[in-house]
Design a protein around this ligand. Structure first.
Ligand code: TXA
Ligand code: MG
Length: 343
């Protein structure tokens, strides 16, 4: 199909919104920016529109989609939001990168929840996304705008690479400033559980709730049923072989002198990559600036593929606060291949 491309900085916002809303109402697919990553949106109440998302992404049909709303009161149409943690979390973090998993209402089709009795809902913090959702008058289910298994798209060029010709509209809204997908929080049991870490961290939510919340340490519960079904699949993987390097900068530099420089790349903090000249490098930003590092991770992974790098070394970061989400994505990209240095 011919994909209509819009650029928010040059095209008329009213025209974009009206066209996108019309396509969504007709059951089409619209790629739009959010503050986390780009999403492929469809009418969440239209089974066949939603199932087209799975086809376009090459996504397994048991991996459920997040429903996006742009008015916090809409949550009550689609889910039971009576859990006492819901209202304070919404007040503190919506619109923003927090997705809440709640018991679903019947109006939400099984197609988009992978047959689960729960639904994931989020209110993104992005003017264009919200304008489109509101103009359509619909809940919009939207996974990340990438082919299943590859790094999520945080800039227009990556969306275009993966999805041009496969969707009705792509809207270029500039780079996604968070750069990692939303935190997914399961609020279906008395103590909420983080299923996917993101920019809204455990301590930020605990500060609001004044109580401890849990982190899912395992991608599956003991019965073997996936908790966040998406977490069991291959994720964020570039084509090159990825190895995480955990150690001091000196340990990492010493290790790197022992490896071949052919088609080898290094992704790391400014402080590390500035000391490396033998390889293609990607500078994620200062190690003092986790937000910038997070925003650059998916771009870095894709840039290594663009340069046909076959072995990609990545600096491991401290797993605290935003570092938890950063390391979650990096470990998946590396298929948990991590070298603890010195060897
Ligand atoms: O930041 C984001 O959340 C982006 C933007 C586009 O909003 N969306 C996104 O969607 O990352 P996706 O489909 O790539 O990831 C959704 C995650 C998956 O891990 C999925 O398994 C989980 O949320 N999920 C969705 N519904 C769920 C449910 N009912 N129960 C548990 N996990 C669920
Ligand atoms: Mg995804």
């Amino acid at each position: 199909m011919d994909t209509k491309i819009y650029h928010v900085d040059t095209d008329d916002l009213n025209l974009i919104t009206t066209h996108a809303a019309r396509i969504l109402k007709q059951g089409g697919l619209v790629v739009f920016p959010t503050e986390t990553v780009y999403g492929i949106g469809a009418n969440a109440l239209d089974k066949s529109a939603a199932s087209n998302i799975y086809t376009v992404k090459g996504r397994p049909s048991d991996n459920p989609l997040i429903v996006h709303i742009a008015d916090e009161d809409d949550i009550h149409h689609y889910a039971d939001a009576s859990h006492p943690a819901v209202a304070p979390l919404i007040k503190a973090f919506w619109p923003g990168p927090l997705t809440l998993v709640l018991p679903k209402k019947d109006i939400i089709p099984d197609t988009i929840t992978g047959g689960l009795s729960t639904v994931a809902i989020r209110y993104p913090d992005n003017t264009i996304a919200n304008a489109i959702i509101n103009a359509s008058g619909l809940p919009i289910c939207a996974p990340s705008a990438n082919k299943s298994g590859t790094p999520s798209s945080t800039v227009f060029e990556h969306v275009y690479h993966d999805l041009n010709g496969l969707v009705d509209i792509i809207i270029d809204g500039g780079p996604s400033h968070v750069g990692l997908e939303s935190t997914v929080l399961d609020v279906t049991s008395p103590t909420p559980v983080i299923l996917r870490p993101g920019a809204i961290t455990k301590s930020m939510m605990e500060d609001v709730l004044q109580t401890t919340i849990l982190e899912s340490t395992n991608d599956t519960v003991s019965s073997g049923i996936p908790k966040a079904p998406g977490m069991k699949y291959k994720h964020y993987a570039p084509s090159g072989h990825v190895v995480l390097l955990d150690g001091t900068h000196n340990d990492i530099l010493a290790f790197l002198t022992t490896v071949s420089k052919d088609q080898t790349g290094l992704i790391g903090s400014t402080e590390l990559v500035e000391q490396v000249t033998r390889f293609t490098t990607y500078n994620l930003g200062s190690q003092q600036d986790a937000k910038t590092i997070a925003a650059n991770i998916f771009k870095a992974l894709r840039s290594m593929d663009e340069q046909q790098i076959t072995t990609i070394y990545i600096e491991a970061f401290e797993e605290s606060e935003l570092g938890v989400a950063i390391m979650n994505r990096l470990l998946k990209a590396a298929n948990y291949n991590i070298l603890h240095l010195p060897k």
